[in-house]
Design a binder for this molecule. Structure first.
Ligand SMILES: Nc1ncnc2c1ncn2[C@@H]1O[C@H](COP(=O)(O)OP(=O)(O)O)[C@@H](O)[C@H]1O
Ligand SMILES: [Mg+2]
Length: 248
């Protein structure tokens, strides 16, 4: 399925990830509360796209749907040309593993595993089985962590790491399977300015080096200034693109 030419902003480049009319409701007791009211988004190859918006606007919910972690109530997510939520679960998981790296707001590292194991684990689950080479995977994780300045922290568990170190382990894990798209939910939100900046520099350097499409949620204007486009989520909808206003 092609999504070329559907971007109302007129931006060019191949769309790697798109949301079309995404709605999401949660059941609250007997009632159903709609959080996303038909959100659209198009993320292009190699671009840095920033998503801002008030707390509670639905940003994390939208990222989880785009990252194929949570099912929309209505609407479509198109990843690498596939209508992801219409696929059987197994094929969708495979699509996600091949294309998407996700850095969670609070990292979600597993406390009983060390840094290397945290980086390797999603790969083992995704690519497990007799053909998965454990020692090659470990070596790959160690190389990533080494590049991120964590060579002395390989066997530390999350509880023995600082916030900035945990963030870098989470970034390494997201990059482990060589995704095409990196989604990061407030990756610097829980860190002091200097630590957050270091992690962000590293994230952006990897993005550039690998030519990744990056979708980043942040509250920080300085981070937004380092992205090519900024979208705002308001009341469960994506507002017009700030860098390329819709022409009339
Ligand atoms: N699993 C859930 N069940 C019920 N309500 C939820 C759930 N997840 C999120 N919400 C609600 O959806 C709204 C948007 O949440 P969220 O996507 O986390 O916003 P943001 O990331 O922009 O702060 C909030 O009001 C939140 O309470
Ligand atoms: Mg959030």
């Amino acid at each position: 399925m092609s999504t070329a030419g559907l971007d109302p902003t007129g931006a060019t480049g191949e769309v790697v990830l798109a949301a079309r009319e995404v709605r999401k409701s949660f059941a609250i007791g007997e009632r159903s509360l709609e959080i996303l009211h038909g959100a659209d988004l198009a993320l292009r190859a190699s671009e840095r796209l920033c998503l801002m918006g008030a707390s509670g606007a639905g940003k994390s919910t939208f990222l989880h749907i785009l990252g194929l972690l949570e099912q929309p109530t209505e609407g479509r997510v198109i990843l690498a040309g596939e209508d992801a939520w219409s696929l059987p679960a197994r094929r969708r998981a495979d699509l996600r593993n091949r294309h998407i790296g996700f850095v969670f707001q609070f990292y979600h590292l597993l406390p009983e595993l060390d840094a290397v194991e945290n980086v390797v684990l999603p790969g083992m689950i995704a690519r497990g089985g007799p053909r998965f080479d454990r020692s090659a995977a470990r070596e790959r994780a160690e190389n990533l962590l080494d590049r991120f300045g964590l060579s002395e922290r390989l066997t530390h568990r999350p509880g023995q790491l600082s916030g900035g170190e945990r963030q870098r382990v989470a970034i390494a894990r997201a990059l482990f399977l060589d995704p095409q798209v990196l989604i990061a939910d407030e990756p610097t939100g829980n860190l002091d300015t200097q630590t957050g900046e270091r992690g962000l520099d590293l994230l952006l350097a990897e993005q550039e080096l690998r030519g990744l499409a990056l979708l980043l949620v942040t509250h920080d204007e300085r981070i937004a200034a380092r992205c090519e486009r900024t979208l705002t989520m308001e009341d469960g909808l994506i507002q017009a693109d700030s860098a390329h206003p819709v022409p009339h």
